[in-house]
Design a protein. Structure first.
Length: 428
């Protein structure tokens, strides 16, 4: 079974001389294909009117496509210069901009199958909504960077493995664990207190960041002498009236992401190739959600879960498949991702999406594969083992080694089938 990635140790402290430049719905990013907006979707939770508004925005202001990100957010590309005010009005009317001053810090991933597939796990999506309200109402929270990440995990360990800065992990008997960064220990609180505890953990990070003076964006970037401690978090939570106990050396669970198909309960997991949809595909998803239970859940693995019953053979299932979306497991696009590449990104050295499409049927295998247009590797998988394909001026590097173009498909296929040793195994 795959294991979550281990924490990366830093030999030198990270010192930032500026704030982060993450785009948002109000702070647009100038890309080579026009302006880009990133709309935060806490927990990936969208109702039908909100999803409809995103599709309308893509058609009215953008290039007619929607991109899913590795944090369960939605990006609009190809936006025209000067459309910002109209776009903001459309998103605000749909309830997608509840707090303009906080819109870039609403980075919350959540277990997308929570409440759907049994297993006795707590239903944690209400925690997402509570945490989002607290974030938007807290003036101090506006100081978080656009890269700071909260994870709300129902106990299966799927989003806890994504390297979040603050993790809430659901436990039986109405309890929850709160973890800071990749620490081995955690604190335990009552489930109703979990969202407020997560916010107080983020404020603790901000206080430590101010004391460090290095302007870190994430918990892992704090200098060693300012590392966050469960004992100090316990003191802070207790002072805020939250009953808490420290839990040392927690063994964190891990479950892989949902695959295309229906989960154990009702519902359907849909995978758009490379996490990119045309507005027509998006509207097909919205129609399917409206015919089911009226909700879409964007996952951090660039998929979408429709909680309502859409079993194999149903009309909705066929419509999504006919639209070019993967709705069954073991398809060629499963576990294949790519950055934007050319022509959208000025730093990219190749049209990686076109290259991925050209080889997708030949370069298959069980390990995740990520195509990167440059050495930054934007959007790469959070997995213990994955195949790394990076464009260079002279072709592609496959796991750090050059490979001839005519050998690329065979070499990638072999690499995706090769056993890998996780970082944890190497350390042992």
């Amino acid at each position: 079974m795959p294991q979550p990635p281990s924490a990366v140790s830093r030999d030198e402290p990270v010192i930032r001389d500026r704030g982060d430049a993450c785009p948002g719905a109000l702070r647009l990013h100038a890309a080579d294909d026009g302006f880009l907006a990133r709309v935060r979707i806490p927990g990936g939770l969208l109702d039908v009117p909100q999803a409809t508004a995103l599709g309308l925005a893509a058609d009215r202001f953008g290039d007619g496509h929607l991109e899913l990100t590795s944090r369960g957010n939605v990006q609009l590309r190809g936006l025209a210069d000067g459309c910002g005010a109209e776009l903001a009005h459309l998103l605000d009317t749909a309830g997608l901009l509840p707090a303009p001053t906080h819109e870039r810090v609403r980075n919350i991933v959540a277990s997308p199958l929570s409440g759907m597939d049994g297993g006795g796990r707590p239903h944690v999506l209400p925690w997402v909504r509570s945490l989002d309200r607290l974030l938007c109402a807290g003036p101090r929270a506006a100081a978080l960077s656009g890269r700071f990440l909260f994870a709300v995990d129902d106990g299966r360990g799927d989003v806890a493995a994504l390297g979040p800065d603050v993790t809430l992990l659901g436990l039986p008997r109405d309890r929850a664990l709160v973890r800071l960064g990749a620490a081995a220990d955690a604190v335990e609180v009552a489930a109703p207190d979990a969202p407020r505890a997560a916010l107080l953990a983020a404020v603790y990070f901000l206080d430590a960041a101010d004391a460090a003076g290095t302007r870190p964006w994430r918990v892992s970037e704090l200098p060693a002498e300012h590392t966050l401690q469960a004992a100090e978090l316990t003191v802070r939570l207790t002072a805020a009236g939250i009953a808490v106990r420290t839990v040392p050396e927690v063994r964190w669970p891990y479950s892989p992401p949902p695959r295309p198909a229906g989960p154990a309960g009702s519902g359907l997991c849909v995978l758009p190739p490379l996490g990119r949809l045309t507005s027509a595909q998006w509207h097909a998803l919205v129609d399917a959600a409206e015919a089911a239970d009226g909700e879409l859940r964007v996952t951090p693995w660039r998929g979408i879960v429709l909680p309502g019953a859409l079993g194999p053979g149903s009309a909705g299932h066929h419509r999504l498949e006919d639209a070019g979306l993967a709705v069954t497991p073991d398809g060629p696009w499963e576990s294949v991702t790519a950055c934007t590449g050319r022509p959208g990104c000025a730093k990219a050295l190749s049209d990686v999406r076109a290259d991925a499409r050209a080889l997708v049927h030949e370069a298959r295998g069980p390990l995740p594969l990520h195509w990167s247009g440059c050495e930054r590797r934007c959007g790469h998988p959070r997995a213990a083992a994955w195949v790394d394909l990076v464009a260079t001026p002279g072709g592609y590097l496959l796991d750090g080694r050059p490979v001839a173009p005519h050998q690329l498909a065979a070499a990638v296929s072999e690499a995706r089938r090769r056993p890998r040793v996780s970082e944890d195994a190497v350390k042992k």
